[in-house]
Design a binder for this molecule. Sequence first.
Ligand SMILES: [Zn+2]
Length: 262
Amino acid sequence: MLSPIEQLAQAFNCAERVLIITGAGLSADSGLPTYRGVGGLYNSNTNDGVPIEVALSGPMLQRDPALCWKYLAELGRACLGAQPNQGHEVIAQLQRLKPHCWLLTQNIDGFHRAAGSPDERLIEIHGQLAPLYCQSCGQKDDDLARRLAAALPPLCRRCAGVMRPPVVLFEEMLPEKAIHTLYEQLGEGFDLVLAIGTSASFPYIVEPVLRARAIGAFTAEINPARTDLSDRVDLYIAGRALDVLPELLSHISVNRICKSSP
Ligand SMILES: [Zn+2]
C-alpha cells in the first residue's frame, strides 16, 4: 500500500505533461502573508477604513495613488525581505526533471523565477512586482527597493506620471499573454495537475484542475487546510508544501518504466 506522497510521486514519474499550480500558501512558508485564510493580509479592513481589496484595486490606484501605494509598498517590502524556500526549489527541480512540467502561479513575489523555474514554462497569472513602469509614458524602473525607500507614490523621472508594478490589482484584467499561454497549454492536455497552497478561490485556478480531471488526468492538492478543491481532486494531502515537497522529491525517479494506459 503506497502512502499518499508515494502515490503522487508515482503519478509524477509516469506523467509526461504536468501542471503545478501554486498560491500564497507556498510563499507563506517564506514569511509572506497569505492573501486569504487565517492571518492573511487580505482578510481585514485597512487602517484607512477600506477593505484591502479596495485599497489594492485598479480604481484606487487611479483615484488615490498614495493610498494604493501604501499597501503596494507593504507587499513590496514583505517580498524584498523574504526569499524562496525549499518548496520553490523542489518545484524548480521537478521542472528540470520533466521538460513538459508547467507552473501556474498566483504569487507576485518572483520567488519561482529566483528558485530557478524556467521563464518559458512559468505563467504568472497575477503579474509580478517589478519592474515598475510609468502609467503615462511607459518608462521602466528596475530598482524597486530604492523606490520603496523614497517618497510614495513613486513618480516617473521623465514625465512625473505615477509608476506602478506589473501586478494585477483587484478589479483589473488578467494579463492577456498569461491567459493565452494557459489556455494553449490546457488545450494540449495534462497527465497530472497538482495544486499547492492555494485557496482556489479564482475560477482560472479551479478550472484547469477540473478540466484535467474530466479528460482522465490525475489531480492532487497539497494544502494544510481543506479548500473547495479538496473533494474534487483524486488525492488530497494535508500538509505544508515545505514539508510535503521535499519528501515527494525523495520518491521521484522519472526514468522508471510505467505501465502504459489501456
Ligand atoms: Zn513617464
